[in-house]
Design a protein around this ligand. Structure first.
Ligand SMILES: Nc1ncnc2c1ncn2[C@@H]1O[C@H](COP(=O)(O)OP(=O)(O)OP(=O)(O)O)[C@@H](O)[C@H]1O
Length: 720
């Protein structure tokens, strides 16, 4: 125990030293730095002399048996750390008079990190490419030439080889193949081929012949872009896109002029069905539902029912196609109501893979077999999946260290980091932007001395204005490097080139979501990697994924944190004068503490920022409360240690005003949808998620968003 205390004091002393060095360098840079947050521990004499140990374990404290449940929302258990009070109004106070504060040890009282005994599973694999060329299909020569010269592709992928002939035969289809395997062209090519070949030439004023529904605005834009390219030689066929966030008036005008291939998000289309006279479906030949399971997940059944009723009322005969990388019961329901005598195309099923599309007529989806309830999904062969177990207190530094490792010390890295809510994205985006990224060459006050222009952060979530979303999407698409922090709004269908890493900072709510998130990398045969960050209490999730044939290997947290030894700005005083020494766990711990202190200092530099961090923490807890019942034994709010989780928001103390009753109240409103039971809960969820995937007509929401944005701490002057 004494040894543990020694080590703790070592860390405190190192923090004090590091903080001194850190702020000294700030002072040298600008006058404002005299006012910058600077705190000292009381006289070093208060601490016993530092003892060096020959071999120090990464977690120095003796295992106390403390679990994350010690201070729970029941509020009964004891607090496990107690930083002294911090005064945030620092600017006019003589720094020497400031109260002494201690950043509680990041490495003490953490729950034990369990050994991961994961069962090795054989993942389901699909062959991406075939050797068959597009010109072997009976397509219009101009279409083939566009595919070859504009899209610059020549041979078909497996899903295209199976789907295109079946769809050209006029069949309805349920298409499933792994992420990034070319499903978009699998339906776009037959649509364009069939429309250009129509005997009576299509006129713009005819209105829609094909209707493509996708769950998000970005996906709508992406699909529109591809359709537009394919239609280049067939100028008489006009594509168009409708989505939330755009001006309805201009969309109405475009609808009045005529759109022949209409791509839309469901909510926006329903809005037009209800309010626009110029929308007719009498000529519809194709109805495509891309990411069909997601459309249902979002509680859009009502919208889909309205759309199907509107289309059915005017046209009975058409081809219907559902596509997704993950087949769920929800899709089967949708298939039942929307498909007629469909062919089931599934690349992962090898028996299907071998046979001629014509033979697949036998696979009726209206009567699903037990084997059709697929609980395992294909994952690209070239995707390396990793998991790391990180105690709550260390999550923030661990994420930051991982980003630094990839973006500062490796070349051409492009990362996507997934969070569970818009507030979490905004919080981490602003925090990293203000502390890690430098917009000019020299770091500003409050930033790490090594804040780097190499680091580029972007955010994407449903609380952003459409124009901003579009700009971010474009910028990240064209950028060679960078970090996109986002919600699941970017999890589906987005085809962003050269993504090297997917990081899941908050675990997804289903294996399907896991598959789609990691599917943003390793597309179309490219190599990619993913990292799932779990708390020790969530380790069981790895087995849960394994039961869906998802194979993940472990990266030790220490290995991620060790990157901090490459950057001297994290050096503590004791190491400062040593030219070379072996890097040990003690030094890594100290450097991690320096980084955590940077975050804490930033968050605690104003009351506003503290309350902003608290809001983000609250949002995290609310999202945590929405895991579906089957995952509650792994992700339960009661297993969170509030004080520890608070650290991962740069808060020095567990907020006292997060009342259990308030959380419970919100919790009832935030349950995730349970596709097995159609309850009111689901509709409440849909309402909540509308901010994420909204049709853009919720004017009230937009106003609130704007107001919120104005109060965003990241936009405050730095001295505030
Ligand atoms: N035959 C092909 N040869 C080479 N590249 C292709 C081919 N078909 C499609 N691609 C490219 O592969 C990428 C992924 O395609 P697409 O977005 O359609 O995948 P997906 O299966 O719909 O993925 P997700 O399930 O994530 O939505 C795109 O950049 C696309 O241009």
């Amino acid at each position: 125990m004494a040894a543990a205390e020694d080590l703790l004091l070592n860390v405190f002393e190192a923090q004090a030293a590091a903080r001194k060095t850190f702020f000294r360098s700030f002072r040298a840079q600008t006058k404002r730095q005299a006012k910058a947050t600077k705190r000292k521990y009381h006289a070093p004499s208060e601490a016993p002399p530092v003892k060096r140990r020959s071999k120090i374990p990464f977690f120095p404290a003796k295992k106390t048996g403390v679990t994350e449940t010690e201070r729970t929302f029941k509020g009964k258990a004891r607090e496990t750390f107690s930083p002294k009070k911090y005064s945030s109004g620092t600017s006019n106070v003589n720094q020497e008079e400031k109260p002494c504060i201690k950043t509680s040890s990041l490495f003490k009282n953490n729950p034990e990190i369990p050994e991961l005994h994961r069962t090795a599973v054989k993942q389901v694999q699909e062959k991406v490419f075939t050797s068959d060329a597009f010109h072997e299909l009976d397509l219009h020569p101009h279409l083939i030439s566009t595919i070859n010269t504009v899209l610059k592709i020549s041979s078909m992928t497996s899903v295209q080889k199976q789907s295109i002939p079946a769809l050209l035969e006029g069949r309805d289809a349920l298409v499933r193949s792994q992420t990034g395997s070319g499903k978009t062209l699998a339906y776009c090519i037959p649509v364009v081929q069939s429309l250009q070949a129509m005997k009576s030439k299509i006129k713009r004023s005819d209105g829609p012949y094909a209707l493509v529904l996708v769950p998000t605005r970005e996906l709508a834009l992406q699909s529109f872009d591809i359709v537009q390219k394919l239609l280049k030689p067939f100028t008489w066929i006009v594509p168009g896109v409708l989505m939330g966030g755009e001006k309805r008036k201009s969309e109405k005008a475009r609808l009045r002029k005529g759109i022949n291939v209409l791509i839309s998000t469901p909510g926006r289309l329903v809005d037009h069905i209800k309010s626009t006279k110029n929308i007719h479906f009498s000529r519809i030949r194709w109805l495509i539902l891309d990411e069909a399971d997601r459309i249902l997940d979002l509680g859009f059944e009502k919208d889909i029912t309205v759309i199907l009723n509107a289309v059915n009322a005017e046209c009975q005969k058409r081809q219907n196609v559902l596509l997704s990388a993950t087949l769920t019961e929800g899709v089967t329901w949708l298939a039942d109501i929307s498909l007629h005598n469909p062919v089931s195309i599934s690349v992962l099923d090898e028996s299907h893979d071998q046979c001629n599309p014509k033979d697949k007529a036998a696979h009726e989806v209206s009567q699903p077999q037990a084997s059709d309830k697929l609980d395992s999904f294909a994952i690209p062969e070239s995707l390396d999946q990793h998991v790391t177990l990180v105690p709550s207190k260390l999550r923030l530094v661990c994420l930051a260290a991982f980003i630094l490792q990839k973006c500062k010390f490796e070349k051409d890295q492009k990362l996507i980091v997934f969070f569970s809510s818009c507030e979490l994205v905004e919080f981490h985006y602003n925090l990293f932007l203000q502390t890690l990224q430098s917009s000019s060459g020299a770091p500003a006050s409050g930033q790490l001395p090594s804040a780097s222009t190499q680091l580029k952060f972007l955010q994407l979530h449903g609380n952003m204005e459409q124009e901003e979303r579009r700009a971010v999407f474009q910028e990240f698409s064209h950028s060679k490097t960078g970090v996109l922090l986002c919600t699941d709004v970017a999890a589906r269908g987005l085809d962003l080139p050269q993504i090297t890493w997917i990081v899941q900072y908050n675990a997804p709510s289903s294996p399907a979501e896991y598959i789609h998130r990691i599917g943003r990398t390793a597309r179309i045969g490219c190599h990619g990697s993913s990292l799932l960050i779990l708390a020790p209490s969530e380790a069981e999730y790895v087995n849960s994924l394994a039961s869906h044939k998802i194979n993940i290997s472990e990266i030790k947290m220490e290995d991620i944190l060790s990157v901090l030894t490459k950057d001297d700005c994290f050096k503590g005083r004791r190491w400062g004068n040593l030219k070379s020494h072996a890097v040990g766990p003690q030094e890594i711990r100290e450097r991690a503490t320096v980084l955590q202190t940077v975050f804490e200092d930033y968050v605690h530099s104003s009351e506003k920022r503290v309350s902003w961090a608290k809001k983000a923490l609250q949002s995290f807890i609310r999202a945590y409360a929405t895991y579906p019942r089957e995952l509650k034994h792994i992700f339960h709010v009661r297993s969170l240690h509030l004080g520890h989780v608070a650290k991962s928001f740069g808060l020095r103390d567990a907020p006292t005003n997060l009342s259990v009753s308030a959380l419970k109240k919100k919790k009832t409103n935030l349950k995730r949808p349970d596709l097995h039971r159609k309850t009111q809960r689901k509709h409440r969820l849909a309402e909540l998620l509308l901010s994420e995937y909204s049709s853009g007509v919720e004017a009230g929401v937009t106003k609130v968003e704007k107001q919120n944005k104005q109060g965003k701490p990241g936009s405050q002057p730095r001295q505030s």
